[in-house]
Ligand binder design. Structure first.
Ligand code: SAM
Length: 375
C-alpha cells in the first residue's frame, strides 16, 4: 500500500463518520485496503459487539429520520438497473467460487444442524420453496429475479416442462449462464416496468428479488402481480426486510456500496402492500440467514487467490466486509428473512400452505407482533 493511499484512507475516516456513522466509516475504511484483508480479523471485528461508545453511536447516529431520508435519496438517485448489473455481472466464475455447487443460489439456505454443508442446506431450501410453489406440468410459471437459474432448475426437475417456464433478471451474465447451462428461457426484463397479460400465470415466485425494488414501486408491482396471477394461482416471495421502520445504520454501507439502487423497508410495510394489492397470506415463515452468510464467507476465503485473480483485491475485500456486516444485521434482528405464499383475495378456494420442515425459525417477538396485525 502506498503512503498516499494509506493517508487518504485515514483522512476519509472523519467525513465518512459524519455522513453515515462509525459502522459505515469502518466498512469503507476496511474495503479501501489495497491488500487482502485478514479474514479472521474482519469476521471478528464486524460481527462481534464493539466498545459501548461505538455501539451507541452506531445505533443512534445518524438519527432514524435522517437515515431513512439519506437511503431513500441515494436509492432513487442511482440508476437501479445499472446498479443490479454492477453487483451481478462482476463475474459468473467469481460467484461460482463461493456459492453452492449444484444450484448457485445467491439467497438464504436452510441449515438445520452444524454438519450441514451449503449444498445440503440449499437443497433443503429448494425443496421448501418447491413445496410452496407446487409447480405442475402445463402450468405457466414465472421466476422473478431468476439469478443463475437455480430455482428454475428445481422446478424443471419436477415438471419436466421448460416451455411454460420463464425467468427475468437484469444481469446479462446470468442470462448467458442460464442459456449455456440449461437452455431455459431467461429474459432481460425489469419487474418494475414489465406489463403482463391479465391472469396469464399459474405460479409466480421470486427468491431474493424484492430487496432490489425501491419502496415507492412495491405497491404498483404487487398490484400488477395480483392481476397477472390466475385466481386459482399463487405468488411465492422469499425476501429479507427490516423489522422496524428505521433502517439500521449498519445497512448504509451495504445499500450504498454493494447494492446501488436497492432500498429496504419494514415487514409491516410489506404486509400493508400485500393487503392493498388484494393479496391474502396463505403461508408465512422466518428463516435464519446467518449460517449461509458464514458458509459463503468461509468459501470465499478458501478461494482468496482465485477470487482476487477474477475480480481484484478491492472487490475481494468488499465482499468479505459485506458478508460479515450482513451476518451482524441478521444477528441483531435488524433484518429478517421471510417467505410468503400469497393468493388473490377473490380466489375461489382459500389456500393454507404448511410445509412440514424444520427449516423455519421461531418468529422473533417483534415479527410475531407485526404478523398478527396482518391476520
Ligand atoms: C439475490 S439474486 C437472487 C437470484 C436467485 N433467485 C437466487 O435465489 O439465487 C437477485 C436477482 O434479482 C434480479 N433482479 C433484481 N432486480 C430486478 C428487477 N427489477 N427485475 C428483474 N430482475 C431483478 C437480479 O438480476 C438477480 O438475478
Amino acid at each position: 500500500m502506498t503512503l498516499v493511499s494509506e493517508l487518504m484512507r485515514r483522512l476519509l475516516w472523519l467525513p465518512d463518520v459524519l455522513l453515515g456513522g462509525p459502522a459505515y466509516a469502518r466498512h469503507l475504511y476496511l474495503t479501501r485496503n489495497n491488500t487482502p484483508l485478514d479474514a479472521s480479523v474482519v469476521w471478528e471485528g464486524l460481527t462481534q459487539p464493539e466498545n459501548p461508545l461505538f455501539h451507541w453511536l452506531s445505533d443512534h447516529y445518524p438519527p432514524p429520520v435522517i437515515r431513512k431520508l439519506l437511503l431513500n435519496i441515494y436509492a432513487n438517485s442511482r440508476d437501479r438497473i445499472a446498479g443490479v448489473s454492477e453487483h451481478y455481472d462482476i463475474s459468473n466464475e467469481f460467484y461460482q467460487l463461493f456459492l453452492d455447487r449444484r444450484y448457485m443460489f445467491y439467497t438464504c439456505a436452510d441449515f438445520v444442524c452444524d454438519t450441514d454443508t451449503i449444498e445440503t442446506a440449499q437443497e433443503r431450501k429448494a425443496n421448501y420453496i418447491l413445496n410452496l410453489v407446487d409447480p405442475q406440468p402445463g402450468e405457466r410459471i414465472l421466476d422473478l429475479g431468476c439469478g443463475w437459474g437455480s430455482m428454475m432448475k428445481k422446478v424443471y426437475e419436477t415438471t419436466g416442462d421448460a416451455d411454460n417456464l420463464v425467468g427475468y433478471t437484469l444481469a446479462q451474465e446470468q442470462i448467458r449462464f442460464i442459456q449455456d447451462t440449461y437452455g431455459f428461457r431467461a429474459e432481460f426484463k425489469d419487474v418494475v416496468t414489465t406489463e403482463f397479460e391479465p391472469e396469464s400465470f399459474d405460479k409466480i415466485y421470486s427468491v431474493g428479488c424484492i430487496e432490489h425494488i425501491p419502496v415507492r414501486h412495491l405497491l404498483p408491482v404487487a398490484r400488477r402481480l395480483a392481476q397477472t396471477i390466475k385466481p386459482t394461482g399463487r405468488i411465492v416471495h422469499h425476501f429479507f426486510c427490516q423489522l422496524s421502520e428505521a433502517p439500521p445504520t449498519r445497512l448504509f454501507a451495504l445499500g450504498v456500496k454493494m447494492f446501488p439502487g436497492a432500498e429496504l423497508t419494514s415487514l409491516q410495510h410489506h404486509l400493508k402492500v400485500f393487503d392493498q394489492a388484494g393479496l391474502h397470506i396463505a403461508h408465512q415463515s422466518i428463516h435464519n440467514y446467518r449460517p449461509t452468510l458464514r458458509a459463503w464467507y468461509d468459501r470465499l476465503v478458501e478461494h482468496q487467490d482465485e477470487a482476487i485473480k477474477l475480480v481484484g483485491v478491492h472487490n475481494y475485500n468488499r465482499y468479505l466486509c459485506y458478508l460479515a456486516d450482513a451476518w451482524r444485521l441478521f444477528d441483531d434482528r435488524d433484518l429478517v428473512l421471510t417467505r410468503f405464499v400469497l393468493q388473490r383475495q377473490d380466489a375461489p378456494v382459500k389456500l393454507q400452505v404448511d410445509v412440514n420442515c424444520h427449516a423455519a425459525e421461531p418468529m422473533p417477538s417483534a415479527a410475531e407482533k407485526v404478523m398478527s396485525w396482518a391476520t
